[in-house]
Design a protein around this ligand. Sequence first.
Ligand code: BGC
Length: 761
Amino acid sequence: MTYFKSKPDNDTLRNKKHKTELPYKIADLPTSDRIDDLLSRMSLTEKIGQMTQLDITMINTTGEQKDVILDPDKARDLILNHHIGSFLNGEAVPPGTWYKYMHELARIAVEETRLGIPVIYGIDHIHGASYLEGATIFPQNLNLAATFNPEHARNTGRITALESADLGHHWIFAPIFDLGVNPLWPRMWETYGEDPFMAGVMGAAYVIGLQNNEDTIPFRQAATGKHFLGYSDPRSGWDRTPVHLSMQQIHEFHRPSFQKAVDAGLKTIMTNSGEVNGVPVPASYDLLTELLREKMGFEGVIITDWDDIGKLVDFHYTAENFKEATYAAVMAGIDMSMTPLHLEFNTSLLELVKEGRIPEERIDDSVRRILKLKFDLGLFDHPLPRDDRFDRIGRDENRQKALNAAQESIILLKNEHNVLPLTGPAKIGVLGPSANSKRNLSGGWTIAWQGGTESQNPEDMHTIHSALADAFPDAAVLLFGPDDIPDPETASASARKSFIEKMDDLDALVYAGGEEPYCEFAGNITDLNLPREQINEFKLLSQSATPLVLVLVQGRPRLINNILHDAEAILYAGLPGFEGARAIADIISGKINPSGKMPISYPMEPNHFLPYNHKKSNLYFFDPARANQIVQDSRTTSLFPFGYGLSYTTFEYTDLILSADTMDERGRIVATVKVSNTGQAEGLETVLWFTSTHVGRITRPVKELKHFEKIPLKPGESATLEFVITPDQVSYPDKNGDLILEKGTYSILVADQKKEFRITD
Ligand code: BGC
């Protein structure tokens, strides 16, 4: 007789559990075993249900997007009878409301269905948990890019997860890896700017911050790389209109940002709804399967964008009906259809499999990826949300991070006679459409799709006017609303005169102009100029002798050429988010020294846009006499070039030294440069390292960003920075994505410093 029983090992434990529990429910089994087991138990309709995502309006009580109250019968019908495995969206409501809704939705799926497969919920929290009341709201991505500091993108991801993962928000539809290259495009502000390297660095930082946040355990969130691929560069500038890109351009410019995120572990990708080279991307086998899966090695879930399959029928007209559209998209490589308002995807796909046109193995591939996502996020083991950590939402330390990001994102574009920072003003006039607006500071996808109403914004949030009043407690900070400003086109001469006299009596005028929130097609425009009323008001104000500061609160670079000389100072505020007004006031008051830099090439004239990494021939016929008025020393058609931004101090670059002036294809050259703060104030400087390939078989951009670093420097202080150049950094792809390394001469450029080196055999 033995008195000591042997301790059960994992296998015996598992075997024991197997008797009572199905293998896919056992948390300590390898995920692949759990997926195999579950998949083997699923019917075809259950599998197809997993590939479908439906909108909140199909399961809430009123059918309105803002209504986050579950109608359990509607949810039950879709989950039990149609096996729907995913839902999306809503609008900003308090955490308790989200919790209740998600708890019941999750519970129905795990407790009432045959197999208990949890639902995965997708939501557009694009700059903080923007559909959650009380959440911390960061600047939009274009602002984050202007910080040239990936830490802020990482924090945006981290805090989004921290504030929303508990609520059952599993799948965040961010970030955008599209390039901000067309200033008309209404989603410019959602991008990390025009540079592929920069977009990759910032986006990957967001993905890592969001997906790898250990503080959200036991929950995890998935990020989404949007919108694969080429979406942002339509010839017309309008949303979802045709894009023409050669495969070489795709590999060189549009792939790298997505690739960086894929390499960093990005879990999901959303398709571009539009067409590239005549083929709608959701139906493009070349882009989704050959490029994304096979060449780029993406193993996660590919979801369509909103009704992308329907759009193949009545937007692109490439499919005769929904069933043919479903065939095209599934065979091209999509895993999940954001259908999202009906069940036609399910019925069509079922028929297609039954008819033998789509093999069931194809369905299994997608379902396997979807189940893996659900397992990886911990949904099987922790399907229900929790409500005991709401104190994390919008807490001070999170908001401080959003404020820091906003402060670093604001770009000082002009500062004649050092009018900024304002010192000791007794009276400041604040005017313009964004002077007293909260909603304008955050743009679309904030609170609601097209931006929340004014009263939906937090009570304790500052407008530019209230933030300036706070920053200048000893001054009279006077707000002039639209009715206080005479209409420059219709008002009498005497009304205008007395208004100007009133302005003359002030010490500074801050005009906050730009754009109101918009999103997607609602932001299509035909004229990039700042709206005419604003130009007129600004011209009127410029008749006053009082210094005039223009603050641009906007999602894209509206043209300001005709008021450029009327402003003493210009701040590009972009869409700085809930803490943005404080950040603007901090810069105007001098509490913060501006350090933002242009993440795009700000166009000078209406009909000519060029990103900084254009080709040499683009400017061959360029007349330097037309060069922009602000940056005299750079040969560019942009008003403010990529990387441009002033500070309250000055920086000087000297001593660019290369460790060697030649290398072979296995070599490396160490470049160093000395950066000195030669002014009177402490400041942050972004050091941008570019290379230029002198001769290429495929025409080369005039220069390409390869590395950037942001450093603090006190007055009189210097730092030596280093950049190691290797041949792989200057090689570039051909039309197949295979790399070419030119043997020849290159330049390395950092600010006004330039050195040449050669790559030899
Ligand atoms: C947008 C996506 C978004 C999706 C879900 C689409 O219209 O293009 O960026 O994530 O809707 O709201």
